[in-house]
Design a protein around this ligand. Structure first.
Ligand code: NOJ
Length: 776
């Protein structure tokens, strides 16, 4: 599928406003398809999936020698006892490996341990088929990068790909072949703790990030020992859990599924992802792990996915409590017949599938197809040539926490931070601020720096706290003193313990930096909240700190949008730093001291209050928009007690410099079905510092056979501008970029009128929208 992309940036290193965009001739787009719902889509075969006759012969021979039990063993993935990432443990994994009943292990790493387990599989089982080692390497393996949502806030695809690349290098050196990442679930409900693990609320940004991560993990060559298989998860619509409660029911329309939740998965397939993981939730009454529509009709038949599908943790078993299967045996049959290849941790296949085959409820051909996919993955990784080729103690020693990896983690972290407010240019810290009071429960907390799903990351000693980072950067003569002051524990609400010490410190300082937010495990799996407020007594302390009259900077550490409305009006400077990773303290210091000019933009909408959730920038129109009524009018779409607007919009983020946008220039005011259109704007750095800006293209389809969102992101480019420098950014749009699921459920575009604008965020129509027509 062709997507809008920036095709040209013309540097104009002279005066503000001096721009004459030159637009190169644009290649004609191929003839558009008007309906791709029913037919298999054409897409390039990833390099790893190319036909390989030698491999086929090898696998034919191997499978001819395998018993049914050995085959089912290849479909079984069990956790080691190193870590618990789910509710149940089967503690017999070592015996299971020995008896050939397990083909893959997760939550085991280090060259030593994976070699030890591999040796059992290779030397002590009848056929010696090597194990596949998987792990949740989500935002770093040992060197931890910012949480995924934070990385998304960088809008920097190179940075995101780099993070995945480094993760693969470290993880593979420890014997891991396969990461359960990227999570590409669109998340529009900040109550849902797993919002921290994805790329945010937007389809287009989500697609780009999905591709960047897959490329980073898998590189160009799966055989290379420093790449790992990636997994697109959780298929599908997991982020739409009702009321933001994890594992809860999903009930969305088929159109929303196709237009919002599926595209990042399809982008992962386009990028050549090697595996998919099913989700825990149901879709339209059918749990994802038994959902033939999702796993076969869409994933295989429509998208042509060549890799293998693993379930999430015991999600086959969970089809029984879902009320979809009457027992585990039936659940296993539903899963394999729907298209699940590998059973994660449930041992349902292991214990039931042979009988289901014997009794004719599962075909041998279905089992064989699943086995072949998994054995193929092992072959393509080179494991049949050398089962130990990844686990390498020497490489492990030389690779983990390499200085260049730590530097990359620091760089990605500072790129991910979003400056939400900076009244009176409180930031960057003035040279005159000699006495800095650092206050708050997250100011000097190593475990919190790396967030949840931090793989093999050391939580206790390696992370650089904000106190350490500021002290390392402060010039001599500047002191940074710390008081915890408040607590993020829910139970601390109402308590003033620690306030006196913090206020005394604040009283002696030139500036206060309050580091507040959520404890690291308040987001991630099984970490939903019904409130988005700062937990504990943090906001009460913040109010007291502001009341001192000293300048206050709030640094937020959190994995979700928090409702910080009071702070947004009363605290002069707010920086969102997510959970910034192993080097997080240095990265925060880089931004606060102005060594790095913040450039992040929000990948999610920040609501004023949890009552506005779900809220996202590409909502639909209402028939009774608030603008139709006088202030306070009844019978319009509004709340009695809260504005409709969010606190901070998707795409929003400030810089220490300012950018001005020119009006948009269109290459043409109409586009034919085989044509394209260009849209350009010139962006100028009107401030005194060099800075990066994420230039965003939004489109609105005015009328459709079904209602259309108020706006949709269709392109972006991050550019660096020196003071006074201007640059023209040109985007190219094709009819395919405007496609959606139409009234008749076909996928395609519709002729009509569109509005388009290029802006610094979804809320700021910095340039007046321009219109164009898509003709028949
Ligand atoms: C459950 C989580 O939902 C999934 O994301 C993760 O990969 C597995 N557990 C394995 O730890």
């Amino acid at each position: 599928m062709r997507k809008a992309r920036a095709i040209l940036t013309v540097a104009i290193p002279v005066l503000v406003g001096a721009c004459a965009p030159t637009i190169p001739p644009v290649a004609q787009a191929p003839a558009p398809s008007t309906d791709v719902t029913a037919v298999a889509e054409e897409r390039a075969t990833p390099a790893w999936a190319r036909p390989d006759a030698k491999m086929d012969a090898f696998i034919d021979d191997l499978m001819a020698r395998m018993t049914l039990d050995e085959k089912i063993g290849q479909l079984t993935l069990l956790t080691s006892d190193w870590e618990s990432t789910g509710p149940t443990m089967r503690d017999t994994y070592k015996q299971d490996i020995k008896s050939g009943r397990v083909g893959a292990i997760f939550n085991a790493y280090t060259a030593k341990y994976t070699t030890e387990l591999q040796r059992v599989a290779v030397e002590e089982t009848r056929l010696g088929i090597p194990l596949l080692f998987g792990y949740d390497v989500i935002h770093g393996h040992r060197t931890i990068f910012p949480i995924s949502l934070g990385e998304a806030a960088s809008w920097d695809m190179q940075a995101i790909e780099k993070s995945a690349r480094v993760s693969a290098q470290e993880a593979s050196a420890e014997g891991i072949h396969w990461t359960f990442s990227p999570m590409v679930d669109i998340a529009r409900d900040a109550r849902w703790g797993r919002i921290s693990e994805g790329a945010g609320e937007d389809v287009y940004l989500g697609q780009k990030i999905a591709a960047a991560r897959v490329h980073g993990y898998q590189g160009d060559d799966l055989r290379a020992t420093d790449t790992v298989l990636a997994t697109a998860k959780h298929f599908a619509a997991y982020g739409a859990a009702q009321a933001g409660r994890d594992y809860h029911t999903v009930d969305i329309s088929e159109r929303t599924l196709r237009d919002v939740y599926l595209p990042p998965f399809e982008a992962a397939v386009d990028a050549g992802v090697a595996s998919f993981m099913t989700s825990f939730n149901e879709y339209d009454g059918v749990p994802a792990s038994g959902n033939k529509y999702l796993l076969t009709d869409v994933l295989r038949d429509k998208w042509g996915f060549d890799g293998f599908v693993v379930t999430d943790y015991t999600s086959i078993n969970e089809m029984v409590p879902h009320g979809y299967a009457k027992n585990l045996a039936q659940a296993g049959e539903q899963a394999i017949n729907a298209g699940v290849d590998m059973d994660m941790q449930g041992a349902v296949y292991m214990e039931n599938l042979a009988k289901s085959v014997a009794e004719g409820r599962v075909d041998t051909a279905t089992i064989d197809r699943a086995v072949r996919r998994i054995v193929e993955a092992k072959y393509r990784l080179g494991l049949f040539e050398d089962p130990y080729r990844y686990a390498d103690a020497e490489r492990e020693k030389a690779t983990l926490y390499k200085p260049e990896f730590l530097e990359a983690a620091r760089d990605v972290a500072r790129r991910s931070m979003v400056l939400l407010r900076n009244e009176g240019d409180v930031l960057p810290l003035a040279a005159g601020a000699k006495k800095i009071a650092l206050i708050g429960p997250l100011g000097d907390s190593k475990p919190d720096m790396i967030g949840s799903w931090a793989a093999g990351g050391d939580r206790q000693t390696r992370p650089v706290t904000i106190l350490e980072g500021l002290r390392a950067r402060a010039q001599s003569g500047t002191t940074v003193s710390y008081a915890k002051g408040a607590s993020y524990d829910f139970s601390a609400a109402g308590s003033t313990d620690g306030f006196a010490e913090a206020l005394a410190l604040a009283g002696k300082s030139d500036i206060i930096i309050a580091v507040m937010g959520e404890k690291w495990d308040m987001t991630g799996e099984a970490a939903s909240r019904t409130s988005l407020d700062l937990p504990g007594n943090q906001e009460a302390l913040l109010e007291r700190l502001v009341a001192t009259g000293k300048p206050v900077v709030l640094v937020l550490l959190s994995g979700r949008p928090n409702s910080v409305e009071w702070a947004s009006k009363n605290v002069p400077a707010i920086l969102h730093a997510w959970y910034p990773g192993t080097q997080g303290g240095h990265a925060v210091a880089d931004v606060l001291f102005g060594d790095y000019n913040p450039s992040g933009k929000l990948p999610v909408t920040f609501p004023r209050t949890v009552g506005q959730v779900p809220i996202h920038y590409d909502m639909k129109h209402t028939g009774r928009p608030i603008e139709l009524g006088a202030p306070g009018a009844k019978y319009v779409s509004r709340y009695l007690n809260t504005p409709n607007d969010p606190l901070y919009r998707f795409g929003y983020g400030l810089s220490y410099t300012d950018f001005a946008y020119s009006p948009v220039t269109l290459g043409s005011t109409s586009m034919g079905p085989r044509g394209s259109i260009t849209a350009s704007a010139t962006v100028t750095n009107t401030g005194k510092r060099a800075g990066e800006e994420v230039v965003q293209l939004y489109v609105q389809d005015l009328v459709g056979s079904v209602t259309r969102p108020v706006q949709q992101l269709k392109g972006f480019e991050k550019i660096l501008l020196q003071p006074g420098e201007s640059r023209t950014v040109t985007f190219e749009l094709h009819p395919e970029d405007l496609a959606f699921t139409r009234a008749d459920m076909t996928h395609g575009w519709e002729p009509g009128e569109f509005r388009l604008w290029i802006a610094p965020s979804s809320g700021a129509q910095a340039s007046t929208p321009v219109s164009f027509t898509l003709t028949e």
